[in-house]
Design a protein. Structure first.
Length: 289
């Protein structure tokens, strides 16, 4: 707040990176915050030569400023130098051990470096300490899924509270975490039922029609593969329903056809519409009419 451009920069918070660079040229005076904002805009635009020059100038003037060290880490992440990014963020963490942002940054570095246990621990610390950092929940779910802990990934995504603006995205991710890359030979009944219930519930949370139907096709398609696999428990009786479709080959094919036709009506491009109609026709079971 003591920066000469603090008030000026606060008024540019929502500007797009390209517009921001032009606006920054009208700043009242040169300052560290001005240069940092310039650096961030250059990184977001992937103008790496300009970003390197701006960062070099910052390091020459204020090499020990924690903000400069932080952006050294950000720049290293953008350029793919993950090891140096981790070193920079670790230095900020040493200076501010109680802050969640350095832990989150170290979690990202550990994840991209393949250090899944370390990444999970950093993400877990952030998520349990400050649920406002929802990206930590997504990160924790990613690394748990990568480590083979599918149930843990789903639990993490479902722990995002309804009050969060990312609640819907987290529930969509939970549905996909339950079902994606699951061999049909696995016992999928409970996960299919839970996923279908979540898809139905998401309509009340503003999930748009396109995403809802796409998610429905994932659930119904997984269920069809499961039923066709003939695995134990894959052909339950009793008129069980999944997203309004009977849980047998005929019912699931009708359900998939219905969802793909809805997607075709909602499609913006003619080519996409034709492809979706063809998919609907492929799934439609043989009938007399």
């Amino acid at each position: 707040p003591g920066d000469p451009n603090a008030g000026f920069l606060a008024g540019l918070a929502a500007a797009a990176p390209g517009e921001l660079l032009g606006a920054l040229q009208a700043a009242p005076a040169p300052s560290v915050e001005l240069r940092l904002r310039t650096l961030r805009a250059e990184l977001e635009l992937r103008d790496l030569p300009a970003a390197a020059r701006t960062l070099a100038g910052l390091e020459e003037r204020d090499p020990d400023d924690w903000r400069v060290v932080w952006y050294r880490g950000v720049a290293s992440l953008v350029t793919g130098d993950h090891e140096h990014a981790a070193l920079a963020f670790d230095a900020v963490y040493d200076a501010f051990p109680g802050e969640p942002a350095p832990k989150l940054a170290l979690g990202i570095c550990a994840e991209v470096l393949g250090q899944l246990d370390n990444a999970a621990e950093y993400y877990r610390l952030v998520w349990t300490t400050d649920p406002g950092f929802v990206s930590a929940a997504f990160g924790l779910a990613r690394v748990r899924l990568a480590a083979g802990d599918r149930a843990g990934a789903v639990r993490t995504l479902e722990s995002v509270p309804e009050a969060s603006i990312h609640y819907t995205a987290a529930r969509v991710a939970a549905v996909r975490a339950r079902l994606r890359r699951r061999p049909p030979s696995e016992p999928l009944g409970d996960d299919l039922t839970a996923a279908a219930a979540q898809v139905s519930a998401l309509q009340g949370f503003g999930l748009d029609a396109v995403r809802r139907e796409r998610l429905s096709t994932e659930v119904l398609g997984t269920a069809l593969d499961w039923v066709l696999s003939g695995s134990p428990g894959a052909a339950p009786g009793g008129g069980a329903l999944l997203l309004g479709s009977e849980l047998d080959e005929r019912g699931l094919r009708f359900g998939l056809e219905r969802s793909y036709r809805v997607l075709a009506r909602l499609a913006q491009q003619g080519g996409e519409r034709i492809e979706l109609v063809e998919r609907a026709n492929r799934f439609r079971p043989r009938t007399w009419v």
